[in-house]
Design a protein around this ligand. Structure first.
Ligand SMILES: Nc1ncnc2c1ncn2[C@@H]1O[C@H](COP(=O)(O)OP(=O)(O)OP(=O)(O)O)[C@@H](O)[C@H]1O
Ligand SMILES: [Mg+2]
Length: 250
C-alpha cells in the first residue's frame, strides 16, 4: 500500500508538500501559534477541504463561547459551513470548559459514529486544561482523548495557544505552558508564526515534528488571503557553479 493511502491530506498545497502528503491518517496533531496566527483558519480549511476535496466528514469542537461567530467568519473565506451542516457533512460543537473527559468521550463517540466523521479539530485545546491543575491530569486527559480518536479512526488536530511564535519566551509557569505536554504526546507539531511587524510577508509555518515522516524543517512563508491559508513557494536556492567539462567549452 502506498504512502498516500496512509496520509490525511489537508488540501493546503504547500503544507501537504512539506509534510510528504499531509498528516498521518488517524494521528493526533498539534497546531500551535499566538493570537491571530491562523490556527482557526487552518482548522476550518482542513475541514472544508476534507468535505470538498476528499469526501471526508468533519467535526469542529470549540471551547470558546461563540461558535456561531466562527461559522460566520468562515464565510469571508467563501466557506459556507451552514450548508455543509445541513447536509450532515460537518458538525460544530461547543463544549463548556467544565465538561468532564467522560462526558466528552461519550458525546464524541456518538457524534463520530452518527456523522461518519474522519477529521476532528479541537479549538483551542488549552481551554480544556484550564480546570486541571496538575500536569499529570492534563497529560492523562489529552492522552485519553487522543487514544479514543485513534480507536475511532479519526485524524485529529488540537489547536494550542502559545506566545513563543511571537518571539516571546514562554513562561515557565502559568497558562501558556499548561498544555505544552501535548506536544510530546502528539504525532506532529506545526508552529504558526506571526510577527505583526512587516505586512503580508510576516507569517510563516513550520512543521517541527512529524513522526515517521522526512518532513521539511524550514519555516515556509505563508499568507492568509480571502481564499484562506496559502503557503508561499520558497525562493530557489542559488545553484552551485562548480565548473564542469561541458561548461568549460564556453
Ligand atoms: N477574509 C480574510 N482575508 C484575509 N485575511 C484574513 C481574513 N479573515 C481573517 N484574516 C486574518 O486571519 C487572522 C485571524 O486568524 P485566526 O482567527 O485563524 O487566528 P487564530 O490563531 O485562531 O487566533 P486566536 O488565537 O485569536 O483564536 C486575522 O487576524 C486576519 O489577519
Ligand atoms: Mg482561533
Amino acid at each position: 500500500m502506498g504512502d498516500a493511502m496512509e496520509r490525511c491530506a489537508t488540501g493546503i498545497d504547500g503544507f501537504d508538500k512539506i509534510s510528504q502528503g499531509g498528516f498521518i491518517r488517524n494521528s493526533t496533531n498539534v497546531l500551535v501559534g499566538g493570537p491571530g496566527s491562523g490556527k482557526t483558519t487552518f482548522l476550518l480549511q482542513f475541514l472544508w477541504n476534507g468535505v470538498k476535496k476528499f469526501e471526508e466528514n468533519g467535526l469542529y469542537c470549540s471551547f470558546e463561547p461563540d461558535i456561531l461567530e466562527t461559522v460566520n467568519d468562515a464565510r469571508s473565506f467563501g466557506w459556507d459551513f451552514g450548508k455543509l451542516g445541513e447536509e450532515g457533512k460537518i458538525k460544530f460543537l461547543k463544549f463548556s470548559p467544565a465538561t468532564s473527559i467522560d462526558e466528552l468521550k461519550t458525546e464524541l463517540t456518538k457524534l463520530i459514529a452518527q456523522g461518519g466523521v474522519k477529521r476532528i479539530c479541537f479549538d483551542p485545546i488549552s481551554v480544556l486544561a484550564l480546570n486541571l491543575n496538575e500536569q499529570g491530569k492534563i497529560r492523562n486527559t489529552i492522552f485519553e482523548l487522543a487514544s479514543l480518536m485513534k480507536r475511532l479512526n479519526v485524524t485529529t488536530i488540537l489547536a494550542d495557544e502559545s506566545m513563543e511564535a511571537e518571539g516571546m519566551q514562554p513562561q515557565t509557569q502559568g497558562e501558556w505552558t499548561k498544555t505544552d505536554i501535548i506536544r510530546f504526546l502528539s504525532d506532529s507539531v506545526t508552529v504558526l508564526y506571526e510577527s505583526g511587524i512587516s505586512g503580508v510577508g510576516d507569517r510563516a509555518i513550520r512543521v517541527s515534528k512529524m513522526r515517521r515522516t522526512a518532513h521539511d524543517r524550514k519555516p515556509q512563508g505563508m499568507q492568509i488571503t480571502p481564499k484562506g491559508i496559502e503557503i508561499l513557494e520558497a525562493p530557489k536556492e542559488p545553484e552551485m557553479t562548480t565548473p564542469t567539462t561541458e561548461s568549460s567549452q564556453y
